[in-house]
Design a binder for this molecule. Structure first.
Ligand code: FAD
Length: 300
């Protein structure tokens, strides 16, 4: 481990911290320490950090803004690479946007609107990074990343990096190639939007943000939808119909506003959240014979 830290420092891969609390990097505000925590200053530094982790046989996970993550109470014993500053470059070319994986998707939606580009309004209120959104195929309001992604630059764990087309990303509902089929790190993307009216786009963004504030516990520590919707059913509706809104286990609580959100109500531990997830899954299975799958990802 120490050799790995020394190599990271020697190669100037960015900001390097030891035993960094993951609760500071997840929107649930939960999670123990990451043994090594790296914030690379450039795409090349990401590549170097992964190479060093692999050479030292240290497990390595990438995170963006931690908005779809449950970090465990025990933390992470390997290296966490957080993509943010240093991977936030943006370039506009006609209707295309070339953007780094660390850029906030919410602010990109506003920036695109100011540049007269429509197509990203759905993302107003999704508090993730472009990389996390491309990995998750994040979506809302009837659209998702697969509708606007032209290509994605991915670093695969064998050290190869490749531009993948939209088709090659194998997008479906909240799913991409990178989740289970071929793990890799999104470094940057090219998005293709359409020409639009800045004022209309701004109004749509404000309307989408208002809808969220009115229907979701947006200001509480949470990780968005906990479960994938078992379409055509909606997880939130199934949970609500079981009378589980407000149900509490330890410090974790099913939101009073939305059945598919668990909030960190009072110093919740990751175990509280996992226990509540298991309880909800058991109730839904018993009443509807439906297996709810989690959308939120565990950092392990
Ligand atoms: P993280 O939470 O940091 O990571 C999530 C997963 O993505 C992890 O497995 C991580 O390893 C992986 N990952 C992150 N960055 C990369 C990268 N560069 N390359 C490869 N893998 C990467 N989601 C929706 O789809 N629709 C919504 O409407 C929505 N609403 C939300 C509302 C709230 C209040 C909150 C808190 C969350 C919401 N989410 C929603 C969930 C979340 O914002 C999205 O899934 C988002 O895309 C996650 O991005 P992130 O950068 O935070 O990823």
């Amino acid at each position: 481990m120490q050799n790995c830290i020394n190599q990271l420092k020697k190669n100037h891969v960015g900001i390097i911290k030891e035993n960094e609390p993951l609760s500071a990097h997840t929107t649930m505000k939960i999670g123990g320490p990451a043994r090594i925590f790296v914030e690379p200053g450039s795409p090349d530094s990401v590549i170097k950090a992964v190479e060093i982790a692999q050479a030292a046989n240290v497990p390595c996970r990438v995170i963006g803004r931690g908005s779809n993550l449950l970090a465990l109470d025990t933390g992470f014993s390997g290296m966490i690479i957080k993509l943010g500053k240093g991977l936030e470059q943006v370039q506009f070319a006609g209707s295309d946007i070339h953007v780094g994986a660390g850029h906030s998707i919410v602010s990109l939606a506003s920036l695109a609107g100011r540049n007269g580009l429509t197509g990203l309004e759905f993302a107003a209120g999704i508090p993730g990074s472009i990389g996390g959104a491309a990995y998750m195929n994040a979506g809302a309001h009837g659209s998702d990343m697969s509708k606007i992604i032209q290509k994605v630059h991915v670093l695969f764990l064998d050290g190869e990096s490749e531009w993948l087309t939209n088709e090659e990303m194998q997008y479906s509902y909240r799913t991409s190639l990178l989740q289970k089929v071929r793990p890799g790190i999104v470094l940057e993307c090219v998005l293709t939007l359409s020409k639009g009216e800045p004022e209309k786009i701004r109004e749509q963004i404000l309307a989408n943000k208002k809808y969220r504030k009115d229907t979701q516990p947006y200001d509480n520590p949470c990780a968005g939808s906990i479960f994938r919707n078992p379409l055509p059913e909606y997880a939130g509706k199934l949970i609500q119909d079981l009378g589980l809104r407000g149900y509490t286990l330890g410090g974790a609580k099913v939101s009073e506003m939305h059945g598919n959100f668990i909030v960190n109500n009072d110093k919740a531990t990751a175990q509280d959240v996992l226990d509540l997830i298991a309880y909800i899954q058991a109730q839904v299975k018993a009443h509807y014979q439906i297996n709810l799958e989690t959308e939120v990802e565990q950092l392990q």
